[in-house]
Ligand binder design. Structure first.
Ligand code: ADP
Length: 288
């Protein structure tokens, strides 16, 4: 089931176009990462689907009857009040009883620190409390903008664990991040944004799949293209300058096997090189 459908969202700030025809689908129960460099439109996209910003055109719809919690900007907690007192205030401001405050503190792992003043919290604990505030009212969907920004490695690991545990409770999490590493470690699905456009989206392993690229040459490139396009593993075949780049899933094809396949198909390769691709290079390729 799809929990959020976005269709053709476009957003202009004056003459700046922040989103161009963005369409995506967030499956229920996923951790959906919107991945892109700074300025690619992530916050704008989240702001629109949270009804904080108006789109210039396009539409979106949430599955009906779902409660949402969101963290777009770091909330201003009172430094001298405890974690529990701060969440109580959040609950009251939202017209929710204080009964859920204990649950929220437990989910974010702050129940043993609930009586500590906010000012004494580590950065990671502060961010966990901010995520805890989104859980007041027991939302089924939690939307987080750059949830690990400004955290040290321990804080990042904490928040990552917390996001996983939210999914474990059956919640859907939508998060924006400019860090490939963060998305790769926690997300089940990803949409890659570049300059306001979706470059690619889907299950993480499909979008950021490791690939092996083989470069090949023969005397008859045209015939070689035909032959490779007919390969049962359906590789991606791209033409370069007198050379072909053939992309397979990582580990799916060994150079010697490809060589044999080509020979058997009547093509003698004059050049065959394997170039492994890391997720990092794949991401750079998508966003550069
Ligand atoms: P991201 O969250 O990926 O960093 P943003 O959604 O914040 O991207 O920004 C996308 C683009 O829109 C950027 O070019 C940014 O400068 C521009 N932008 C964002 N907010 C505003 C605003 N309030 N007024 C004008 N331009 C904005």
């Amino acid at each position: 089931m799809t929990i959020l459908t976005v269709e053709g969202l476009t957003k202009f700030y004056g003459r700046t176009q922040a989103l161009q025809e963005v369409s995506l689908e967030v499956p229920q129960g996923s951790i959906f990462g919107v991945l892109g460099p700074n300025g690619s439109g992530k916050t704008t996209l989240l702001g629109i689907v949270l009804d904080i910003l108006l789109a210039s055109s396009g539409s979106f719809r949430w599955a009906p009857g779902l409660k949402r919690g969101a963290l777009l900007e770091t909330p201003n907690f009172y430094p001298y009040l405890t974690g529990r007192e701060n969440l109580r205030i959040v609950a009251e401001l939202r017209g929710r009883g204080g009964d859920r405050v204990g649950d929220a503190l437990a989910v974010v792992g702050l129940d043993s620190y609930e009586a500590m003043p906010f000012s004494k919290y580590s950065l990671g604990m502060k961010q966990r409390l901010a995520i805890g505030a989104t859980l007041i009212g027991s939302p089924e969907v939690v939307v987080l903008d750059e949830p690990t920004n400004g955290l040290d490695p321990a804080g990042i690991a904490d928040v990552r664990e917390l996001i996983r545990s939210l999914r474990g409770e059956g919640k859907t999490v939508v998060l924006a991040s400019h860090m490939l590493d963060e998305v790769e470690k926690v997300c089940t699905h990803v949409a890659i944004l570049k300059k306001g456009k979706v470059l690619s989206q889907g299950p993480l392993e499909e979008v950021l799949r490791d690939e092996d690229r083989l470069e090949v040459k023969s005397d008859d490139l045209e015939a070689l293209v035909q032959l490779l396009q007919g390969h049962p593993l359906a590789p991606k075949v791209q033409r370069g300058d007198g050379i072909l780049a053939v992309t397979f899933d990582a580990g799916a094809m060994k150079p010697a096997e490809l060589n044999r396949y080509c020979l058997e198909g009547g093509q003698t390769l004059s050049h065959l090189v394997l170039r492994k691709k890391t997720l990092e290079s794949r991401f750079l390729e998508l966003t550069d």
